[in-house]
Design a protein around this ligand. Structure first.
Ligand SMILES: [Zn+2]
Length: 241
């Protein structure tokens, strides 16, 4: 198999890697003879003033062979309505220091049914997570549902560790990723949500990401072997803080 084909195939299998990579604009460019700053700005859908600011250029003069930064860091935006819903609540400044990613370990579900299940289990505030990302069963594929604990800025109930629950944003992707893969749309939404939260000035700058099983003392396979945490961490580190 040709290398390029292989990479495409591997990317599709990895899902998350491919999705994120395809969203990511190139971050650097090597200047060729005859290039102008405005030409490069056009080519990469940015502006001359942006390029000058990022690269600390005092004039429009560039040299062949020079390496230019095109974007500062990878940042992919949430749809405006979702961003509005998340930012429309008064976020308690610096309360959130970690994010914990879960799978539901069920083939189907959504915020409403998990809320009822968690109420029945005796969790006073219902839905244990702050956000649920649907798989097309009870909400849209990749749809981000904002839970009441986010709206009220309440502690989560998603890990067996009181300190973590008080300080961590819980995100649950619907599905059992021991058995199935997260959908590309779910991973796309997860990346966008993580990027949005990481760049919020109401949230700790040194926000750390965990898969549930990476939380100290957790006895779980969550979020499942098919949600590649190595790739997720790599992508999270590339996001603007
Ligand atoms: Zn979990």
């Amino acid at each position: 198999m040709e290398r390029r084909q292989f990479i495409q195939k591997a990317g599709l299998l990895l899902g998350s890697l491919w999705t994120f990579d395809s969203m990511a604009a190139p971050t650097t460019y090597k200047v060729l003879r005859g290039d102008t700053l405005s030409g490069i700005a056009n080519k990469f859908d940015t502006s001359v003033s942006n390029l000058k600011r990022i690269n600390r250029l005092k004039s429009d003069r560039i040299l062949a062979g020079q390496s230019l930064k095109i974007r500062e860091t990878i940042k992919s935006a949430l749809p405006a309505a979702a961003a509005q819903e998340i930012d429309g609540v008064p976020i308690i400044k610096n309360k959130w220091v970690h994010i914990v990613v879960h799978h539901s370990a069920t083939p189907q579900g959504g915020a409403k049914s998990f809320h009822n299940t968690h109420l029945r289990r005796g969790m006073q505030n219902g839905l244990a997570y702050h956000f649920v990302i649907g798989n097309g069963t009870q909400s849209g594929d990749g749809e981000i549902e904002v839970g009441p604990r986010w709206e009220k800025q309440q502690d989560g109930g998603h890990v067996a560790n009181a300190w973590f629950n008080a300080n961590s944003i819980g995100i649950c992707l619907v599905g059992n990723f021991q058995q199935h893969w997260p959908s590309p749309k779910q991973m796309d939404s997860l990346h966008r949500l993580l990027s949005h939260l990481k760049s919020s000035d109401q949230i700790q700058a040194n926000l750390r990401l965990f898969g549930h099983k990476e939380v100290k003392g957790a006895q779980t396979l969550c979020p499942g072997k098919n949600l590649n945490l190595n790739v997720l961490h790599k992508n999270f580190n590339l996001m603007a803080g």
